[in-house]
Design a protein around this ligand. Structure first.
Ligand SMILES: *[C@@H]1O[C@H](CO)[C@@H](O)[C@H](O)[C@H]1NC(C)=O
Ligand SMILES: *[C@@H]1O[C@H](CO)[C@@H](O)[C@H](O)[C@H]1NC(C)=O
Ligand SMILES: *[C@@H]1O[C@H](CO)[C@@H](O)[C@H](O)[C@H]1NC(C)=O
Ligand SMILES: *[C@@H]1O[C@H](CO)[C@@H](O)[C@H](O)[C@H]1NC(C)=O
Ligand SMILES: *[C@@H]1O[C@H](CO)[C@@H](O)[C@H](O)[C@H]1NC(C)=O
Ligand SMILES: *[C@@H]1O[C@H](CO)[C@@H](O)[C@H](O)[C@H]1NC(C)=O
Ligand SMILES: *[C@@H]1O[C@H](CO)[C@@H](O)[C@H](O)[C@H]1NC(C)=O
Length: 647
């Protein structure tokens, strides 16, 4: 098979030569290799040291790809790095999506046209603070699958994805005229907790099968001997990751131990704070320190990738999560942890300081610094209360499923967002304990449509005062994003994953409502209800951009006094908001989702925790500055809301 593919490529090359005899430089002379003896990469036979920056196309609107890439080039970067998240492109088994913002091949073409080689981190596990580290959520519809090992269920899905995507990547390899100079297999595997080398070798063989013997494949691991030794694959170049250090020889020592010769590579050099979670204080990294750290690495002669050079957004439900004790701590919606280029495309002092350092190591003058992306404060928008979750259930969950016992959401074909479990009682009970163990991840519990508990962060017991014959118990569960790292990833089912007991007895006979909030269409549901007490539901409003603006501009939305939920603008799922918890207060809204004047822009909030409309008024506002760093006072373990808050 490899032989065949190579023959084909050679034929193409020969044909090309015949057609374009007058050209001195032809595609087939392009190559990217490792010169082990001289400890360097070679690009077209010449020593090449990459100074790369991470940018995630999947975290930016397509309309902003080019401006960000130009900013990166002007910073002096000669290469860019991106992931290829499997779950983004294969939302359901065998269903692939490469349209619009998902058109990674257009992104790669853009990079190529700007003469920016690309390091492509294929994985298929990629970490990245992204849901399930890029693995497909639907893997969790199987009962017993151990991801990131040679488990047959996992490997069948992985092979099916790789057999689909790698043949599409082959034509965009550098040697074939595209921008991709190297590809990463897995990611920081040494940190996973299981060291399955059969799995790693199988991945390698699949990459080689589709991409041929020449292309540079690499792995990366934390800078420690045991991590690199576990993550290393024979025949695949090992690199390391680390942050600011005064001792590069120490930081690179684990790489040197397994790769005695060849270029030194830091595949993730952290120029930002650490990843941010809801309920934790925002993290930053001082710009002088970031620049000083880069200077040390470049002076040492190493190749480097700055992580993250350009911030982005975990739109929709794509944030990942960390693990704390026995529960998930979700990553915030912004993926800008104090990046040199902000989520909204602002040039920062950190960007300028990094550029200055890179200039020292670059011959020729760098392109001028482009302006920051303009931002506009559209001001206040008044919202109206729409139907609550129960009133809209038929619309957003047309196909409920009956089940004797509760099952995880993946089992009913839903992989993200919210799901509702309903049980109707046939006998009356009073003053009993409801136990709902291992909620994944947060739940609102109702008896007879009245909220009785919010379960979050490990709490499992809820007191039920009265539950009468014929009444419903509803459990609305939010999947807050899957863990993106760590051994606990193998237990990534969402929704209810254990049986529920009431007064010690197992509860049977459930109706499960997978919820598709996208089906809520405010144009057809313009009515207002008054709920007694708080019930999660929809709120909507609309606005026009000023006539003086030729086209919409980016903005930030501050949804306060709303507290926790999901934001949609013109039907686009912008992401989770939770300003009540922090640290992120505003959400970034790219101009591409807004309609130019005189179009009517529709804002919809699915609010879980609070109904401000009756007393505080419910006006939200569009502002021109992000706020990501509200001080978080409570610990994440605490129950978020007490029911008294709703009174
Ligand atoms: C190392 O580079 C030098 C020139 O910089 C070259 O003469 C030599 O051939 C290279 N060594 C190898 C093994 O390619
Ligand atoms: C790589 O490209 C250079 C320059 O085009 C050429 O001289 C060299 O032979 C090529 N090397 C390989 C291994 O193809
Ligand atoms: C789950 O998979 C593991 C590893 O493949 C196996 O040892 C175990 O017996 C399986 N358990 C069930 C319940 O199938
Ligand atoms: C339930 O408990 C409350 C307070 O502890 C008590 O006032 C009430 O009478 C109890 N109801 C029943 C039916 O036992
Ligand atoms: C719930 O209990 C039933 C009966 O014992 C069992 O078959 C089922 O697997 C349990 N469900 C979960 C999610 O544990
Ligand atoms: C939050 O960020 C802003 C803008 O960078 C800064 O002025 C402010 O001091 C920060 N606040 C906190 C609490 O860190
Ligand atoms: C956040 O920072 C503030 C001020 O330094 C501190 O009081 C608070 O405990 C921190 N919050 C958390 C969750 O660590």
């Amino acid at each position: 098979m490899i032989e065949l593919i190579d023959m084909k490529m050679q034929m193409r090359c020969i044909l090309f030569l015949l057609l374009v005899v007058s050209l001195v430089e032809v595609n087939c002379s392009r190559n990217f290799t490792i010169d082990y003896d001289n400890n360097t990469f070679l690009k077209d036979g010449k020593p090449f040291r990459y100074i790369s920056g991470s940018i995630h196309y999947n975290r930016l609107s397509q309309s902003h790809w080019k401006t960000r890439l130009l900013m990166m080039k002007s910073a002096g970067l000669n290469t860019i790095t991106t992931y290829l998240p499997w779950n983004y492109h294969e939302p359901r088994p065998g269903v692939y999506d490469f349209t619009g913002n998902l058109d990674v091949f257009r992104f790669l073409d853009l990079a190529n046209s700007l003469d920016l080689p690309v390091i492509l981190r294929v994985g298929p596990y990629t970490c990245a603070g992204w849901d399930f580290g890029g693995l497909a959520g639907w893997l969790m519809s199987a009962d017993n699958v151990t991801v990131r090992t040679n488990d047959p269920v996992y490997m069948t899905a992985v092979y099916s994805w790789l057999d689909y995507i790698l043949p599409k990547v082959r034509p965009v390899l550098y040697e074939n005229g595209g921008p991709v100079i190297s590809l990463q297999i897995e990611n920081e595997y040494g940190s996973f907790g299981i060291c399955d080398h059969v799995y790693l070798k199988n991945l390698r063989d699949r990459f080689r099968l589709h991409l041929g013997p020449k292309v540079v494949l690499f792995t990366t691991d934390g800078s420690a001997d045991n991590l690199v030794e576990c993550g290393k694959i024979e025949g695949v170049y090992a690199t390391v990751d680390f942050g600011l250090t005064d001792f590069p020889e120490k930081a690179f020592a684990p790489q040197r131990k397994v790769e005695p010769k060849g270029p030194l590579v830091c595949s993730e050099f952290y120029v930002e704070g650490v990843i941010d979670y809801w309920g934790r204080n925002f993290s930053t990294l001082n710009y002088q320190e970031a620049a000083r750290g880069l200077d040390i690495i470049l002076a040492y002669g190493a190749n480097v990738n700055l992580y993250m050079m350009a911030g982005g957004t975990n739109f929709a439900y794509y944030n990942g999560g960390g693990y704390y004790r026995d529960y998930l701590v979700p990553v915030i919606t912004s993926y800008d942890h104090d990046s040199p280029i902000t989520e909204g495309g602002k040039i920062t002092p950190k960007y300028l300081a990094i550029r200055k350092v890179i200039q020292k190591y670059t011959s020729g003058i760098l392109p001028p610094v482009p302006p920051s992306v303009p931002v506009y404060a559209y001001g206040g928008v008044t919202l109206t209360q729409g139907p609550n979750i129960f009133e809209s259930l038929k619309t957003i969950s047309p196909n409920p499923v009956k089940s004797q016992y509760p099952v995880n959401m993946e089992k009913v074909g839903q992989y993200y967002g919210f799901i509702l479990y309903r049980h109707t009682t046939t006998s009356s009970i009073h003053n009993v304990t409801l136990q709902v163990p291992f909620i994944r991840d947060r739940a609102h519990i109702f008896i007879n449509k009245e909220l009785i508990c919010i379960i979050d962060g490990g709490e499992t017991n809820c007191h039920v005062t009265v539950f009468k014959v014929g009444q419903d118990m509803d459990i609305l569960v939010e999947n807050q994003g899957r863990l993106n790292a760590g051994i606990q990833m193998i237990f990534s089912q969402k929704g209810l994953i254990r049986n529920v007991t009431l007064d010690g007895k197992m509860v049977r006979d459930w109706t499960i409502f997978p919820l598709n909030l996208d089906l809520y269409n405010p144009a057809t549901l313009f009515y207002k209800t008054k709920d007694s007490g708080h019930i999660p539901g929809f709120y909507f409003g609309n606005f026009q951009i000023p006539s003086k603006l030729k086209e919409p501009q980016d903005t930030y939305i501050d949804v306060q006094p709303f507290r926790k939920g999901q934001l949609f603008i013109n039907g686009v799922n912008i992401g989770r908001y939770w300003p009540w918890k922090g640290p992120q207060v505003t959400l970034y809204v790219p101009k591409s989702v807004l309609k130019p004047y005189p179009g009517n822009n529709i804002v919809v909030l699915f609010e879980l925790d609070h109904s401000p409309c009756d007393y505080n008024g419910c006006s939200i506002k569009f502002v021109d500055e992000p706020k990501l760093n509200k001080t978080v006072l409570s610990t994440p373990r605490m129950k978020d809301v007490v029911i008294a808050d709703y009174a």
